[in-house]
Design a protein around this ligand. Structure first.
Ligand code: NAP
Length: 388
């Protein structure tokens, strides 16, 4: 099921993209590298077959120190050797890398991401700031890879040269839409009612105070319901060549914070356009399989939705790492007396919902020739100037 074998990079390279064998990788920078999502990215980039981490950036609190000194590391795996001695930079747009991931706090992400795109860097963002911009792809490769066609118009609109911004959805939207996609394709969707039970790591570090969450449930996460009700419309909608057309779903979300460390559980009722039996729904979910292009990406899983038959699954503690954290796990598929079908789903908020999602987006961008060697591009520009 897992396709985490070393990537056949040459097999997915497209015309015009730099030829890079396993020994030469795209150089990646991580903005917000000291945060909880940034750390995941740093961890996932260690030994990545296509990307090498060359730059880390964060706030003034961290800049000027080595990454090992600046970061308050939360993962079980140790800080990757390649990252430990990197000097944390600020948000100046002179980083030595071919593209950047952004895991910045949203208070600074909006303008910083624009600055990097304007300076020629592809920006693969986790943050909410540009997700709903009319010319920025909000991307889940298994769902709407065609939305990347918006990039040339974004560059034209904004006067960007080689830079651009691509975003991944909010952590609770990511799992939901991955599960909705095969149902939309097979039966069409009319209405979605979703109640989330979201992990505390979704709030960054230190996140929710222990006095507020220990032995408790908080029925409010600022801005989350709005994001969950808007983002699926764009993700499941279409790029028509000049704009994104919403999917037009009826969608209502209730978002709750629960005392779980990692993994968002969601209870979903779904109204379908076409009548379907429960077996047909389970089959559509089980048969959801990525195409050959996506299967060749190092972080992709061939079947991104896993269906469990046990009546008490999925559970965060037992299922959060399914498919290396890149799968959505579905259980309890049953009839809904109000809509047509209801189910429970679980996804890893920091992997499928954040760092893993951004990494998969970057891999698709690389495979489609959107990432360039900036050293090469800068050298060619200098040579062209000298010839004048
Ligand atoms: P976090 O742990 O609070 O980390 C925030 C990062 O932003 C840190 O590296 C911090 O650097 C940096 N930063 C803060 N203020 C800055 C400034 N003025 N200038 C430069 N850098 C600054 O947050 P997180 O949970 O990792 O989330 C990061 C982003 O991803 C947020 O936009 C969040 O909404 C989004 N996101 C999070 C999740 C999730 O599940 N946690 C899921 C999807 C998306 P210092 O360490 O130096 O302060």
């Amino acid at each position: 099921m897992q396709s985490n074998q070393p990537a056949k990079a040459s097999a997915v390279r497209v015309e015009g993209a730099p030829v890079k064998g396993p020994q030469k990788k795209w150089r990646a920078g991580v903005l917000g590298a000291t945060g909880i999502v940034g750390q995941r990215l740093v961890n996932l980039l260690a030994d990545h077959p296509w990307f090498a981490l060359t730059e880390v950036a964060a706030s003034e609190r961290s800049s000027g120190r080595t990454y090992a000194e600046a970061v308050q590391w939360h993962l079980e795996a140790p800080i990757p050797e390649a990252a430990r001695a990197l000097i944390v930079k600020g948000l100046e747009t002179d980083l030595d890398c071919d593209f950047v991931f952004s895991a910045l706090d949203s208070s600074v992400a909006g303008s910083a991401e624009e600055d990097f795109a304007r300076a020629g860097y592809p920006v693969v963002s986790n943050t909410r700031n540009h997700r709903m911009d009319p010319d920025v792809p909000l991307l889940i490769p298994e769902v709407n890879a065609a939305h990347l066609d918006a990039i040339p118009l974004q560059q034209k609109n904004r006067g960007y040269d080689t830079g651009f911004i691509v975003t991944n959805p909010n952590c609770s939207t990511a799992g939901l839409v991955l599960v909705l996609k095969p149902l939309a394709d097979a039966f069409g969707l009319e209405k979605i009612f979703v109640v989330t039970l979201q992990a505390i790591s979704g709030a960054g570090y230190p996140g929710v105070a222990s006095m507020d969450i220990q032995g408790n449930v908080v029925p409010f996460i600022s801005g989350e319901e709005e994001k969950m009700e808007a983002e699926p419309q764009k993700l499941l909608g279409k790029w028509d060549g000049s704009r994104f057309v919403d999917a037009g779903l009826g969608l209502s979300a209730h978002c709750n914070r629960v005392p779980v460390v990692d993994g968002h559980l969601e209870c979903v009722s779904i109204g379908l356009k076409k009548i379907a039996s429960l077996d047909e729904v389970r089959e559509a979910l089980r048969n959801f399989e990525v195409d050959a292009e996506l299967a060749s990406l190092p972080s992709a899983v061939r079947h991104p939705v896993i269906v469990l038959d046990e009546e008490n699954r999925p559970q965060p503690r037992r299922d959060v790492n399914a498919g290396n954290g890149m799968a959505a796990v579905v259980g309890r598929v049953r009839e809904c007396p109000l809509l047509d079908v209801k189910l429970a789903l679980l996804s890893h908020n920091l992997v499928r919902g954040a760092a893993g999602a951004a990494l998969l987006n970057a891999e698709l961008l690389a495979a489609r020739g959107f990432l360039k060697d900036r050293n090469l591009a800068n050298r060619s520009a200098d040579e062209a100037l000298a010839r004048r």
